[in-house]
Design a protein around this ligand. Sequence first.
Ligand code: PHE
Length: 341
Amino acid sequence: MLEKINAIKEEINAAVATNLQEVEELRIKYLSKKGSISQLMVDFRTVPAEMKRELGQKINELKNYATEKIASLKEGFATAADSDAEAIDLTRTATPYELGTRHPLSLVKNEMLRIFAGMGFTIAEGPEIEDDWHVFESLNFPPDHPARDMQDTFFISRDPKDILLRTHTSSVQTRVMEKTQPPIRIVCPGRVYRNEAISARAHCFFHQVEGLYIDKNVSFADLKQVLLGFARQMFGPETKIRLRPSYFPFTEPSAEMDISCDICGGKGCAFCKGTGWVEILGCGMVDPNVLDACGIDSKVYSGYAFGMGIERITNLKYKVKDLRMFSENDVRFLREFESAR
Ligand code: PHE
């Protein structure tokens, strides 16, 4: 019996395998119920009692040795699995992963920024949580001025009501003017907040792109030309614009701009309420008070500003009727913009 044990040990010692299948065959040969080591156990029963101790120990050692050897052979293949042609099929098609689509507001924002970049505007961004100075005071809204009610504000601090969610990205213009001397030519994209009930036509947050240009001898004609260029690139070369007098505390004179209705081509339809025009933005010449408040000499410099909602432009471009669609993230809606990616 001792000879048999030694012979099996030699065999195992010399055993090699070239793949996992062969390791398994070795396991069956030595360690399975019918394997040669199990057979030794059967023979062991008939061994004379005085030899049991020694032989039993040897058989156990052999069994442990075989188990370890097989485990180590197996490990070699597990770590080298990718060199094993049978374990990984490199010709299999990969699991596809789904590509997302850009949000329509991002698509339109990028398009707007691209157009303004082409006219020399750079991008400026600022915080959504602001203070009264940057959103109101510096922009010529004195305390208790009724124009503050034009924008229903979410206040963060109560007493005093100083910290708030910005109601327009004009606050970014203030921040840039405070730090930079003209010429300044920037567009400010970003999210803004107003305390309004949510409906198809209003939301408590939306997105804006506002523009600012300050230099010597900037005129209203410059403003009009830039806005006409923007409207034609955004809505097509036939687009007409119309400026109507309006009021904003930070611009004087102020105007609102309409474009000829994209849907009926200006003839009048339900979308433009029969007028042939739709409003898209507010604009004007920067009020000298604003320049002075931000440390820019209003006797030397002048400038214009404009601001528009990205949702509004997107509604016009893609005929989205309900503002809530933009924030619900319904993939059926978002997938409609796949081709615009
Ligand atoms: N800040 C204004 C708004 O949010 C838009 C605007 C910007 C108007 C610049 C005129 C000049 O409604």
